[in-house]
Write a protein that binds this ligand. Structure first.
Ligand code: NAD
Length: 502
């Protein structure tokens, strides 16, 4: 493993954070976390249980009632500013911890951790800027609305952007006056546990609680009767289970799920920009990005030229460990993902798709979870690699001749997270952007990094609700109450009459 440059000490062995205290799971069990670049153990986390979730929800409920809902929004905001500063003060430790637990190149980890700090600062500033309404009513009745927190919010996150997801699903809820029980993914829990050390110092006890572990504590959190709202990011199939569990108690859910995103290159596209943008869209986080581009739709007139330039570009990218500053494409984040992506590549080949390009993993890298980039052509619309999210550096290529066909191909998916259009004609670009059934469309870029301030969320089976936005995200974590008040009718001419005894 290349040398660490921060004060990070490995192995990193974190504990659960419940009610302001670091504790082991009631099970007493722990699980190891691997560095995907060389399969060495770089830390461990408690294997939390349903009983740990129950204890954490009780602590969060108590903190909500007695320590958090009673603060003014501005006071809550100040806590979030302090968390943002604390993350920045330990930037390099967070960056390296993410790189060794998730694998991604150090620069990508840095933008992830930077966004995590920015997210706390953003929602710290937003806390006191979210208002209710007044509604015109008849005569002496006066209606106004207030935005109230749900109480305890249960948040369940995946492994692909650990610091950012940790921030997305804690900053906005607590800014709104909720308290949180967070369940990180077992594949990459260490960034959340590291952030817990800052929360433990800064926040009142129980405002954010962290229970690591697998599906069992996740399922308990999704069905817990005292949880007022669920925030979930992960696979569509798991999202369905979470929604079903929450249905029992009619608990609201916010779901950020998978994608199979189309990237349309029109005949007049700025070709080199489209080539580089497509590579960025495909290889960010080694393709383990819900917003990434797994489907390339090329106009037949430029298909050969584009593919030739694209394969030249990809051949020049460096495959290696995330800690190496030269690395462009890092290993996949864990064994589960390695097996899954390798399986899709094998099934694509077995189904008869043509391999247009397949890279190779250099001989001198350690034995990590490396999968080289693969481009498939001559695909059938029913193949798994066309319909399902692979979540790796694997892209299918389809050609079209009429723009209307490109729209139909782009929308032929159960998902609707993102899409992209490349053209020099902004009239066509904007019209096409409106026809793609997705929550986010990139026009002449595939910048799938930071979205802070812009609503992020999908259509269809890519989810419900928006994160990272101002108004829409603050709506997610608050509920509206209408207060109808009887006041004086506006019919008294003489205000002195109020002071005159009958
Ligand atoms: P996953 O669905 O396997 O796991 C996500 C989380 O759910 C983990 O914490 C897991 O332990 C937990 N979980 C598993 N079973 C559960 C259950 N029955 N009840 C409650 N919780 C349960 O997903 P993953 O492999 O960790 O992440 C990859 C997926 O996440 C991809 O599909 C990707 O597209 C999606 N994702 C979406 C977004 C977005 O914003 N739309 C962002 C990142 C990742």
């Amino acid at each position: 493993m290349p040398e660490l440059q921060s004060k990070l000490r490995l192995p990193y062995d974190g504990q659960l954070l419940i009610d302001g205290a670091f504790v082991e799971s009631e099970s007493g069990d722990r699980f190891d976390v691997e560095n995907p670049a060389d399969r060495t153990v770089i830390g461990s986390a408690p294997d939390g249980t349903a009983a740990d979730i129950d204890t954490a929800v009780d602590a969060a409920q108590e903190a909500y009632e007695h320590r958090w809902r009673t603060l003014s929004a501005r006071e809550r905001g100040r806590y979030l500013f302090e968390i943002a500063d604390a993350i920045e003060a330990e930037m390099e430790t967070f960056v390296e911890l993410e790189t060794v637990e998730n694998g991604k190149p150090r620069d990508q980890s840095r933008s992830d951790v930077t966004e995590a700090a920015d997210t706390f600062r953003y929602y710290g500033g937003a806390a006191d800027k979210h208002h209710g309404d007044t509604i015109p009513e008849k005569r002496e009745l006066f209606d106004y609305t207030v935005r109230e927190p749900y109480g305890v919010v249960g948040c369940i996150i995946p492994w692909n952007w650990p610091p950012m997801h940790t921030a997305d699903f804690t900053a906005a809820p607590i800014a709104c006056g909720n308290t949180v029980v967070l369940k990180p993914a077992p594949e990459a829990p260490l960034s959340s546990l590291k952030m817990a050390t800052l929360w433990q110092e800064i926040l009142p006890d129980g405002v954010v609680n962290v229970v690591t572990g697998g599906a069992k504590p996740g399922a308990r959190l999704a069905s817990h009767p005292d949880v007022g709202k669920i925030g979930f990011t992960g696979h569509t199939q798991t999202g369905t289970k979470v929604m079903e569990a929450a249905a029992e108690t009619i608990t609201e859910v916010m779901l950020e799920l998978g994608g199979k995103n189309p990237n349309i290159v029109l005949p007049d596209a700025p070709l080199q920009a489209a080539v580089e943008g497509t590579a960025a869209g495909l290889f960010t986080n080694t393709g383990q990005a819900c917003a990434g581009c797994e489907r390339l739709l090329l106009h037949e007139d430029i298909a050969d030229e584009f593919l030739s330039a694209f394969t030249d570009h990809v051949s020049a990218l460096t495959i290696g460990p995330g800690l190496d500053p030269e690395t462009d494409i890092a290993p996949l984040a864990n064994k589960k993902q390695y097996d899954k992506v390798s399986g899709y590549i094998e099934r694509g080949k077995a189904a008869g798709a043509t391999v247009l390009y397949e890279g190779s993993v250099p001989d001198d890298v350690d034995d990590g979870y490396y999968v080289p980039p693969v481009l498939f052509g001559d695909v059938d619309p029913d193949m798994d690699i066309v319909r399902e999210e692979v979540f790796g550096p694997v892209m299918i290529v389809q050609e079209f001749s009429a723009v209307s066909d490109a729209v139909a191909m782009a929308n032929d998916t159960q998902y609707g997270l993102t899409g992209a259009v490349w053209t020099k004609d902004m009239r066509v670009g904007n019209r096409l952007a409106r026809r793609i059934d997705a929550g986010i469309v990139y026009l002449n870029n595939y910048d799938n990094g930071t979205f802070l301030g812009a609503p992020f969320g999908g259509f269809g089976r890519s989810g419900v609700g928006k994160k990272l936005a101002f108004e829409e995200t603050l709506q997610e974590f608050t509920r509206t109450k209408t207060i109808r008040t009887r006041i004086a009718e506006d019919t008294v001419d003489d205000l002195d009459a109020y002071y005159t005894d009958d």
